[in-house]
Design a protein around this ligand. Sequence first.
Ligand code: 2M8
Length: 429
Amino acid sequence: MNLLKQCQQVLEQNWKGNFTIPSPRLYPFQWNWDSGFVALGNLHYKPERSIIELETLFSGQWENGFLPHIIFHNEQKYSSYFPSADYWNSNISSLAPKQIKTSGITQPPVHGFVLEKIFENNIDKSRINNLFDKIVKYHNYLYETREYNNTGLVSIWHNWESGMDNSVWWDEILERIDISKLENIQLFRKDIYEVDESNKTRPLDLDYKRYLFLVKKLRGNKYVNVEDNYPFQVLDPVFNSILIESNASLIRIGKVLGKEVPFLQTKMETGIKSFSSILWNNVDLLYYPFDVLSQSQIKKHCSGCYAPIFTGIPSTDQVKELVRHWKNYNDNVLIPSCFPDQIGFEQKNYWRGPVWININWMIWKGLLQYEMYELAEQIRNSTINLVEKFGVYEYFDPFIKTDSKTGYGGKDFSWTAALIIDMLRSEKV
Ligand code: 2M8
C-alpha cells in the first residue's frame, strides 16, 4: 500500500465519529495539540472532519477559557490510560464543563493556525466564527493567567503542558522535587504494557511520581493558579512560538470576520521582543527555555531550540546560525528531540533523543517562510522517507542508519499520519 493510503487508513482507524484518538489503546481519548495536527491532515481528504475535530475538542473548554490537554470522551469504556479522568478529577473546579471530564493542564495552542487553514478551505463561516471566539478566549486565558511579568511570554506549569513530556530540558526542575519526602504515590501505569521495550522508550516510574506530584499540587489549587514557589514555571520556546503563530492567524482571520483582537496583537508584539531578550542565547546562538524560579535559561540543545523558526521570529542571520548547529551534527537532516552530545540524551527514550514528526514538520514549514527551499525540501523528503521505511510510529531513532528497529512508541500514530499526508500533498516549492 502506498504511504498516503497507509496514513489515511491510520486516521480512519483512529477516528471515533467526532474526534481522533492519537493511537489505539496507548492514548484512547482526545488530546489537545494532537487534534490540531490531525485536523491539518484531514483537510486534504476529509475537510469536514477537521472542523468537527476542533469543535469536539472545544467541548472540553472551561468557563475561564482554559483548554485541557485531554478530553476524556467515553471514559467508562476505556481503561487503558493512566492518569485517568478520576485521577484528574476536573469536577473539583466549578469552571470545568459538567458534561465531560477533562484533565487540568493544557498543551501548545496550535488551534489558531489550524483554524486559518480550515478557513482557507471555505468551511462554513458561522462555525469558523464560533471556533474563532473560543480560541480567542483560550488565548486571553493564557495571557491573563500565565503571562510572566508583562513579557508577552506565558508560563507552562507542567512538563506535560510542553507536549515534550520527558525532555532533558525539564530534568533539573523535576529533580528539585525531593521524592524521598513524597507520600507514597501509587502508580497504575498502563502505557508500559502498550509499547515494546517500555523500559527504554518511556519515562520511568520515578519520573511519573514527579509528574503526579505536580498534578497533585495543581489539583490542590483547582488547576486555576500556582503559588510563587511552585516548582514548574517555565517559558517554553515551543509553546510560546506556537502561541504567537496562532495569534498571527487569529489576527488575520479576525480582519476578514470583522473581529479585531487588539489585545492579542499587543501581546504578540511584546512576546516577539521577549524572544530576543529572554529566550535567545547570544553565546550559544540558540533559543532556550527560561526557568522562572531560578531566573535562568535551561541550556540544553534540543529540537525545541529551533521552534521559533516556525513562527518567523528569528532574523535571517539567526536562522542561518541555527541551521548550522543541526547540520553539523546530522547528515540525515532531521532534528532529534535531544542532540546526542547532551547530558541525558537517550537514543530510544521518547522526547530524550528520538525524532518526532511534528517538530520536524514545524521546522519545514518555518524554513519555507525564510525561502530556504532546498533545506526545507530535504527535511520534507527525509521525514517522508523515514515513515515510509519504518512505519507510522509515534517517534523514531535519531540514528537512522541503525539496522535495528527504528520506530518506537505507539503504532498507527495519528499526528505522524496526518503530517505526512500534509507533506505528501504539499507542492514542492
Ligand atoms: C504524550 O503525552 C501523554 C501525556 O499527555 C502521555 O505520555 O501519556 C506526548 O507525546 C504528548 O505530546 C502527546 O500529546 C500525547 C498524545 O499523543 O502523548
